[in-house]
Design a protein around this ligand. Structure first.
Ligand code: PLP
Length: 434
């Protein structure tokens, strides 16, 4: 299958799309068409890894990775996808827990898959040159990418994170890897980190010299694997109840929600996709006004969703030539910090479960759905991170300690080290040196 840039001029194989992240014309890669999948054939599979392999093989047909795909998927998805059902005041819903990977956020799915595919491609290449993964993070991406690439010797990872904007445990996860991982705190916002990455990539000489490569959520190699857990969850629900699922997704850069859109396009029984945002409301404002107006990022309690210019919106624009149609199909709820706070408390009091501030946006949006929407499909609230990762926010609200899961404990026992730099490219360059 070929991959075509959203700007329309670059065409790439899956290998090229994975390794380059963005295309030469500055667009984002998309499959030339999203395949319609015969879901009957997948109905009998009761193992998530096997299911994901079958699904993803449509995108890897005739590529050099085709024969390795099964191993790649098994290696990357070595932790469970957990769906729990709740019944509250006669309303049934599910919570899809995507935080059982090594860094306790859903980003492990995409990062581990990308690391395994890139590493396979590096093995197939004859020359042994080091590739530098340069990644800007608002907190969770960096940890997931560092963890995924940490033992891959063909790669060096440079992580940029904003000073004072990540939780203490996130910071630990960003700075505890050593070896081939360099962690850099930037005296600025997430937007500054992202700009630095862009400037480095746009600098041809720098980019060539260090073999720079992106692992941000604009890389199609992160979105494809994320579509599998939506497909899997919706199909399992359909098998048991013969109904379709709607997902409420805590949304920042819109990668996770776009992955759900792809699963829907492939033909899985998905009804509505609802975005829950924090006070960074570029997407809800677009839906309300029809005007796309990116803006500076506001810091919120759900910091991994602090994105003022969601990059993956370009993929939605690309999928709909008719903007009116696009607007009709999008639905979003804004959840401000005060509501996040209330939601964490109320879910704890009612259900005795702790949820992270990002997940709280989905719970709050669910409460605000029109009652007519409740009966049309089964609702699934997406839980994007484990609450213990944001204990500094969650514990004071619920006045209870959140138990640390084993995956996080392992990481929190590692020593940390990092560098601090200003928000200019000159300060970054020395750290790119091999
Ligand atoms: C990254 C992240 C999000 C936002 O996901 P996008 O794909 O950027 O929309 C939500 N919650 C958590 C915990 C995250 O780490």
């Amino acid at each position: 299958m070929n991959f075509i840039s959203t700007k329309g001029t670059s065409i790439a194989s899956i290998e090229e799309a994975l390794m380059s992240g963005t295309s030469e014309d500055g667009g984002l890669y998309m499959p030339e068409s999203i395949p319609k999948i015969n879901i009957e054939e997948l109905m009998t599979i009761d193992n998530y890894q096997e299911f994901s392999y079958q699904l993803l093989s449509h995108f890897f047909k005739d590529s050099s990775l085709e024969d390795d795909l099964k191993d790649i998927v098994n290696q990357a998805f070595n932790f469970p996808v957990v769906s729990k059902e709740y019944n509250e005041d006669e309303v049934q819903y599910s919570v899809l827990e995507l935080f059982h990977g090594p860094t306790a956020a859903f980003k492990d799915f995409g990062a581990r898959f990308l690391a395994s595919t890139m590493s396979e491609l590096a093995k197939n290449k004859n020359e042994s040159s080091l590739t530098t993964i340069l990644v800007a993070t608002s907190g969770d991406t960096g940890g997931a990418v560092a963890s995924a690439f940490n033992n891959k010797t063909d790669f060096k990872v440079v992580i940029l994170f904003p000073k004072g904007r990540v939780s203490p445990r996130q910071k630990h996860q960003l700075t505890c890897w050593g070896d081939n991982v360099v962690s850099i705190e930037v005296d600025g916002e997430f937007d500054d980190c992202q700009r630095l990455v862009k400037e480095a990539f746009n600098n041809q000489q720098l980019s060539k010299q260090h073999n720079l490569c992106s692992a941000n959520s604009i890389n199609i190699g992160r979105l494809l694997p994320q579509s599998t857990y939506y497909a899997w969850t919706a199909l399992n629900r359909f098998k048991a109840h013969e109904d379709s699922s709607s997902f409420i997704i805590p949304t920042g850069n819109l990668g996770n929600a776009f992955a759900c859109f792809m699963a829907k396009e492939m033909g899985f029984p998905i009804h509505q996709i609802v975005f829950a945002t924090n006070a960074n409301k570029t997407i809800p404002d677009f839906i309300a006004t029809g005007k796309w107006e990116p803006r500076p990022t506001l810091p919120t309690l759900a910091s991994a969703m602090d994105v003022g210019n969601p990059s993956n919106m370009e993929r939605f624009f690309n999928q709909y030539s008719d903007e009116k149609k696009l607007l009709e199909n999008l639905e979003a709820y804004i959840v401000e910090d005060a509501q996040i706070n209330e939601e964490i408390l109320s879910v704890f009091e009612k259900n005795n479960i702790a949820i992270c501030p990002h997940t709280a946006t989905a719970f709050n949006a669910f409460k605000n759905l029109p009652s007519s929407a409740l009966n049309q499909s089964h609702w699934v609230l997406v839980s994007t991170a484990h609450p213990a990762k944001f204990e500094n926010i969650v514990e004071p609200i619920i006045a209870t300690k959140v138990e640390i899961p084993e995956n996080l404990k392992t990481i929190l026992n590692l020593e940390t080290s990092y560098h601090t730099i200003g928000k200019d490219l000159e300060s970054l360059i020395p750290y790119l040196e091999h």
